[in-house]
Every structure is written in structure tokens, then in C-alpha cells.
Design a protein around this ligand. Structure first.
Ligand code: ADP
Ligand code: ADP
Length: 227
């Protein structure tokens, strides 16, 4: 589905240049829960930002259904991102935060209201629709961020360490919640983490990264059997 071909990213020039990604190659399947796992500085965020369109590659292609999305502006890519810090609008209500994604696309009001209600129901926040997002707990705010990212109907959802700001108990709950959302929507999730246990519990497949390269791609089962 998403074919990552010879993708590279360099920052800076000459002696000061850093190669954050070295001609990375792999394919992510439709509906997969795919995880980028590796220590800080290995290039996970760089790869995610290239897919999102927040940054442009130094070389290579990102082919989605035969089209190189690396040449498309971010707002035209069928991709949405959930960030570690949620990035909600604190003075807006939960409902307004989710509606914003559709208003930005210029959708009619009659379409927005039912879509927002359905999405809040999916993340089990219907009862908090009229609360300010700043009044919610961390886990609830992350659910709002998920609803806002999903309501625009992307093909791919990018999750950049979305659980790392949460405490242990909430983190476990949100792991289950994320898996449920992925199953129910059938979307492709690309998940970034440095937490091996989290990767093993959640993923269909894991790309193990270090030093700007993908060292191996395996299922959790395969990584247990021969790590
Ligand atoms: P990770 O997400 O795995 O922690 P990053 O993708 O953030 O890793 O970083 C990979 C490498 O690229 C690191 O060496 C980092 O310092 C470098 N890097 C990332 N972004 C920039 C940038 N904008 N300018 C210069 N170097 C960068
Ligand atoms: P480009 O516009 O070349 O595609 P980006 O969109 O990746 O580059 O811009 C990189 C931004 O990320 C910079 O503005 C910088 O503030 C930030 N950044 C992230 N990690 C680093 C790092 N390790 N060193 C410097 N800047 C970084």
C-alpha cells in the first residue's frame, strides 16, 4: 500500500551534515498496525515527518497507490498525525476541536455535526462534547486528538509517541483503545515508539531502526523467537 523507496534525509551541508535516514526501503500493508521502533536519534520522527509532509526528502519516493505523495503538499495527502502533546485548541470545546478538522476542509455544516457525533461516540467521549478540552485528563485529551485525526477520514494515521505523556495505567488503557480503533476503522496505523514492550504488544509488524537505517522488519512473534 505505502511503498517507501530509497528514502533519505540529510540535514545541513558539508562537514556539519547529518544523515538522519539512509536510503530506507520497505512496504506497509493496507490496514496494518506498523511500528517504527528504536532509540532516540535513530530517525523515527524524521521518517514520520517525511510521510506527513512536514519535511521533504533528500532522495527517494513515498508511493501510495502508484502515486509519489512526497511531491504532494501535506494537506492533500490522505494522512493525519496524532502528536505526543495532543496539540488541541485549549479554549475550544471537545466538539469544536473535532469539527475544526472538517471545517478546515470546507465541509458543509449539515455533514459536520453528525460526523463529529459519530467520531466522539467511537472514542467514547460523547458525554464530554461541550467541555473545554483543557478541562479533560491526559487520556481524554489524547482521545480527542485521535477523534480529530480520524474524522477527516485519512487512509493512514501517524502516531508519534502518542502515549508517552500518560502515566502507566492510562498508557495500558490507551494501548487497548488504540488497537480497538485500528480494528474498527480498518485504517493503516504507523506508530512511533522507543518502548520495545509497547511495540511488541501493539504491532502487526515492527521496523527496528538504528542509525538512520531499518535493521530488520518482523512480527512480534518473530522478534520473541529470535530477537
Ligand atoms: P528519533 O525520532 O528516532 O529520536 P530523529 O528522527 O528525531 O530521531 O533524528 C534523527 C537524527 O537526525 C538525529 O541525529 C537528529 O539530531 C537529526 N535531526 C533531526 N531533525 C533535524 C533537523 N531539523 N536538523 C538537524 N538535524 C536533525
Ligand atoms: P526541511 O524543511 O528541510 O524538510 P524540516 O521540515 O525537517 O526540514 O525542518 C526541521 C525543523 O525541525 C527545524 O526547524 C528544527 O527546528 C527542528 N529540529 C528537529 N530536530 C532537530 C535537531 N536535531 N537539530 C536541529 N533542528 C531540529
Amino acid at each position: 500500500m505505502l511503498d517507501i523507496r530509497e528514502l533519505s534525509k540529510r540535514f545541513g551541508y558539508g562537514n556539519g551534515a547529518v544523515t538522519a535516514l539512509h536510503e530506507v526501503n520497505f512496504t506497509i500493508g493496507e490496514g496494518e498496525f506498523f511500528t517504527l521502533l528504536g532509540p532516540s536519534g535513530c530517525g523515527k520522527t524524521t521518517l514520520l515527518r517525511l510521510i506527513a509532509g512536514f519535511s521533504s526528502p533528500s532522495g527517494g519516493a513515498l508511493v501510495l497507490d502508484g502515486k509519489d505523495i512526497a511531491r504532494m503538499p501535506p494537506n492533500q495527502r490522505p494522512v493525519n498525525t496524532v502528536f505526543q502533546n495532543y496539540a488541541l485548541f485549549p479554549h475550544m470545546t471537545v466538539g469544536q476541536n473535532v469539527a475544526f478538522a472538517l471545517e478546515a476542509q470546507g465541509r458543509p455544516r449539515t455533514e459536520i455535526a453528525p460526523a463529529v457525533d459519530a467520531m466522539l461516540k467511537l472514542v467514547q467521549l460523547g458525554h464530554l462534547k461541550d467541555r473545554k478540552s483543557s478541562e479533560l485528563s491526559g487520556g481524554q485529551q489524547q482521545r480527542v486528538a485521535l477523534a480529530r485525526a480520524l474524522v477527516a477520514k485519512p487512509r493512514i494515521l501517524l502516531l508519534d509517541e502518542p502515549l508517552s505523556a500518560l502515566d502507566m495505567k492510562l498508557r495500558k488503557d490507551m494501548q487497548i483503545e488504540l488497537k480497538r480503533l485500528q480494528r474498527e476503522t480498518g485504517l493503516t496505523f504507523i506508530f512511533v515508539t522507543h518502548d520495545q514492550e509497547e511495540a511488541l504488544t501493539m504491532s502487526d509488524r515492527i521496523a527496528v531502526m538504528s542509525g538512520g537505517r531499518v535493521q530488520q522488519i518482523a512480527t512480534p512473534r518473530e522478534l520473541y523467537d529470535r530477537p
